[in-house]
Write a protein that binds this ligand. Structure first.
Ligand SMILES: C[S@@+](CC[C@H](N)C(=O)[O-])C[C@H]1O[C@@H](n2cnc3c(N)ncnc32)[C@H](O)[C@@H]1O
Length: 270
């Protein structure tokens, strides 16, 4: 991509943006020089960050397959979608159940310009894209209702996004409002960085990020992440490194821990 090529769009190629740096760590092609520079600097300080991004995407695939498969979920609200990459939520879900309906939400202008790649639904299913801020669940729910039926179960996916809602109470409010808008039998799927697994290198890398890139990020403890699941039933194995959430068998044993919690929970019947 040429720097700042999206003329007429408010894409800012002078400051590193999370969606684009995340895409760089995933070996995608949608980033600018400033994103590569900051992303490589962070990876120099905290080399496991590329494994975090890959483990997070692999977790997304396993969680969506589980929900579309054994749990029978047909509606997904994916908040903080990121730039399109391999195995986006609708591709994974519709491979299992072609009637699946998916709404994507992000507030990065470059994600909007690439949203076409997220809108390649099966004929039987549907996809939609909403440009909105995760701090405003009411607006998200209103627009998502064009595509999703909130009287039926929905999987709310919040992968690597609550870490951009810096205030704990605000983040709890957002999750609570989304959970309250969905009926029993709905799910919350979450990944979240944690310095409990990442240690000092993680703290230093996040400080560098907050001084050089946007939006600012925070990590949370297990206790803080656990609070997001108040009133919900965690699926086994609970809140774990996302690489170790129901890992698929491979020849090399258990995948290594990454400093990113992953969990899936169900809203119980009243
Ligand atoms: C770390 S990426 C995660 C992408 C994807 N969910 C995944 O797990 O691979 C975070 C995404 O959240 C988006 N984001 C950050 N703050 C946001 C906000 N306040 N509202 C909506 N999206 C936001 C970024 O633009 C980026 O695409």
């Amino acid at each position: 991509m040429k720097e700042g090529q999206e003329s007429g769009s408010p894409v800012d190629a002078t400051v590193a943006h999370n969606a684009r740096v995340w895409n760089h760590w995933l070996s995608g092609k949608d980033h600018y020089a400033v994103d590569r520079e900051v992303g490589d600097h962070v990876a120099g300080m905290f080399p496991i960050i590329r494994d975090v991004a890959r483990a997070d995407r692999a977790f997304l695939g396993r969680a969506v397959r589980c929900l579309a498969g054994e749990a029978g979920i047909r509606q997904f609200l994916d908040i903080g979608t990121g730039l399109p990459t391999a195995d986006n939520t609708h591709e994974v879900a519709q491979r299992v159940a072609p009637t699946s309906r998916i709404v994507y939400v992000d507030n990065d202008p470059l994600v909007l310009t690439h949203a076409r790649a997220l809108l390649t639904s099966t004929e039987e299913g549907a996809t939609d894209y909403i440009e909105a801020d995760a701090h405003e669940p009411e607006a998200i729910l209103r627009e998502a209702a064009r595509t999703l039926d909130f009287s039926r179960p929905v999987a709310v996916m919040m992968l690597g996004i609550l870490n951009f809602i810096l205030d704990n109470d605000d983040a709890q409010r957002v999750v609570r409002e989304l959970a309250e808008a969905t009926p029993p039998g709905s799910y919350l799927v979450l990944t979240h960085p944690t310095t409990e697994l990442g240690g000092e290198g993680n703290v230093a890398a996040m400080k560098f990020w907050n001084e050089n890139a946007t939006p600012p990020i925070t990590a949370r403890s297990r206790e803080e992440v656990t609070r997001f699941f108040d009133g919900l039933e965690l699926l086994e194995p609970g809140i774990v490194s996302c690489s170790q959430w129901r890992p698929e068998a491979n020849a090399f044993g258990e995948p290594a821990v990454v400093p990113q919690f992953g969990a899936v929970a169900r809203k119980p019947s009243l």
